[in-house]
Each structure stands twice: as structure tokens, then as C-alpha cells.
Design a protein. Sequence first.
Length: 116
Amino acid sequence: MSDCLFCKIRDGLIPAKVVYRDDVCVAFEDINPQAPTHLLFIPHKHIPTVNDITTEDQALVGHLFTSAAKVARERGHADANNGYRVVMNTHAHAGQTVFHIHLHLLAGRPLGWPPG
Ligand code: 5GP
Ligand code: ZN
């Protein structure tokens, strides 16, 4: 989508600190980090919300998770002594502000539960 912020980051039209990229997804640092590690994993495919994920996107969504886990492992967040959170917000009550699905990876500090 031409007016989508994350499509523009995917295409390099808006700068971002990209930390991972492959054929399916791109990961970059959140501009307003909520933890020492706060990355966003987006699919190349523009999908507005979790509600718009279809059965044909199942491999893509699984790929976001395995990619996030890989980066978390590489950064030393995957041990039982620390750990991390992956989350996707959907619509107003969850605080979704960018309508191109993105898996948040938060790590590097104890994370409270439930989130606000
Ligand atoms: P949401 O609230 O939709 O789940 O998450 C959107 C995230 O995108 C927020 O954490 C916000 O800080 C981040 N964000 C918004 N605009 C930009 C931007 O231009 N660049 C980057 N890197 N992150 C952004
Ligand atoms: Zn998009």
C-alpha cells in the first residue's frame, strides 16, 4: 500500500534501523523503544491487522515468530533466566497505531503482566 508507513520502511523509502531481512520479513528497531530491545518484525506482504490474516498467510505468520525467536536467541534473550515477549496489537483497545501487522519483540528487562 502506497500510504503505509511500514511498506515505506520495507522499501527503504523511510529510514529505519533494520536488524534482519529475508524474503518474507523485515525487522527494525522501534522508534520509541519500550525495552532495551524493542524490534518490529513485519511481513513484506501488506496485511492491515490480525483480522486480515488468511489461511494462505499461515507460513508467513509462523515465519515472523521463528525469525523473532532467532534474533532473540542471537541477542542472548532466549535463556530461561531472562526471556522476551512477542505481541501483535489489534485495533483501538490494544493500541494499534500502524495498520501493517508487526510482531513486537520486547526484551532486556523484566516485563510486567498483564500489560496496561
Ligand atoms: P502498534 O501500537 O501499532 O502495535 O505499534 C506501532 C509501533 O511502531 C510503535 O511501537 C511505534 O513506536 C512504532 N513506530 C511508529 N512510527 C515509526 C517509525 O516511523 N519508525 C519506526 N522504526 N517505528 C515506528
Ligand atoms: Zn504496509
